[in-house]
Design a protein around this ligand. Sequence first.
Ligand code: NDP
Length: 509
Amino acid sequence: MAQQAAEKRELTETAGSPAGAASIESLDPRTDAVIATYPVADANEVARVVERARPAARWWESLGFDGRKRWLLDWKKAIASDAQALAAVISRETGKPQGDALLEVMLTVEHLDWAARNAAKVLGKKKVPSGLVSANQEATVRYQPLGVVGVIGPWNYPLYTPMGSISYALAAGNAVVFKPSELTPGVAVWIADKWQALVPNQPVLQVITGDGGTGAALCRAGVDKVAFTGSTPTAKKVMALCAETLTPMVAECGGKDAMLVDADADLEEASNFAVFGAMGNAGQTCVGVERIYVADGVFDTFVQKVAEKAERLRPGGAPDSSYGPMTMARQSEVVREQIDDALARGGRAVLGGPESIRAPFVEPVILVDVPEDSIAVREETFGPTVVINRVADLDEGIAAANASKYGLGASIFTRDRKRAVAAAERLRAGVVTINSVLGFAGVAALPFGGVGESGFGRIHGADGLREFSRAKSVARQKYRAPLNLLSMERKARDMKIAAWLLKTRHGRG
Ligand code: NDP
């Protein structure tokens, strides 16, 4: 049973789930105890849920920004006032300590609040300049909701991550159908229940539980956009499914984030953040620190500091554990494979090694001098291990950081503000932090998303609101144009003036 639940179901490429797979069990990965059983929605059920969402989407849109803001802030209040209970559900389903789970709730609520309060400003009707040639037109743009958005979420931050799409999609006026990871259905059901308690008659937010087949069915169900967060290989499958019906998608995928430590960095601070970024949540963070490039002159001191701090961590299932288990049991094998490969290629373990894997827990592992072509440097690890490699200077660090197919986050540690800002410009990543890691996560106004195999599109901030909207442009003629060019009976004189204008305005200088 544990084995069956720990391994995600093998996906059939067909829509919906096999008829026989009627339910899934959610487990506490610390003990393998069954928490609850949830139905697996098949393609028919998914279609029904999306159909139910259609009229709810129209009702929700008709409320306007102010009406929606009130409901969203009420929902926020309901979540925040019961935050410990929600954190307990997150903690049970992922195995992460209650404190980490509570932090996840806190960050989520910040985003929900921002989206609710800023939607009108970002998406509301605005005049735009019509320009000299079209001075007789009044030009306005506003952003309309798409309709029904399908959200597919992962298990590692089962609240914060999907809510980065859900909050913004709802604030933009869409209804949402949310398919959580099969490992964390309880979190999704909890937030949807809170919504239902407020708005029982309008299924503006619905959850469908199930496996990958349920997610595939959602992609095929005629939703107006899919917001996917998960691994890059699954994103490619989702994109292929969406292509069948030309359904647009936003893809928030995996990463291999690099941290750069310059020779002048505050090493105490940098090593603290390195340990937090690499080991927090057992390394199961899409923007976790997986590679660290350190300037030669401070390499040894930095490695020693990181090793000392990481050695003090105590993973486990107790409330005060530093971090919890591998939520998905087979992830331990990915970690083992990467450690073995790094060591076989000449890397060294300065803390831990293959023996650190005592599933479901993994002790911190620090690898140094690992060849850049090893899988521990190239592929996402999603475990409490980190590679620290030596570079001559910041420039070499940037080149190494950028030599990845992923491009989600990156961090820079230096006391030189100008150099840090210039380096941030050159890093091929969607989000860069200077002298911290994950510093952006609670800044709701900052858009979030990746480059390359880390995905495309943006959640959070104004871009996140626009991601779930479409621009509606209106040009209203205020008076007849002095030059009558939009006519089948254009005058030669008007064309002559137009030709002169074209040359004068754009053909000189
Ligand atoms: P997966 O890619 O395995 O799954 C993500 C979601 O997709 C799950 O809900 C899954 O359902 C569903 N799914 C699986 N197959 C299909 C399919 N064919 N069609 C539609 N949906 C499908 O990712 P994980 O859940 O394992 O999450 C970890 C990954 O997420 C890591 O790579 C991590 O980096 C990334 N991530 C990215 C973030 C970002 O913002 N960029 C944030 C957080 C995580 P089921 O679980 O039921 O199989």
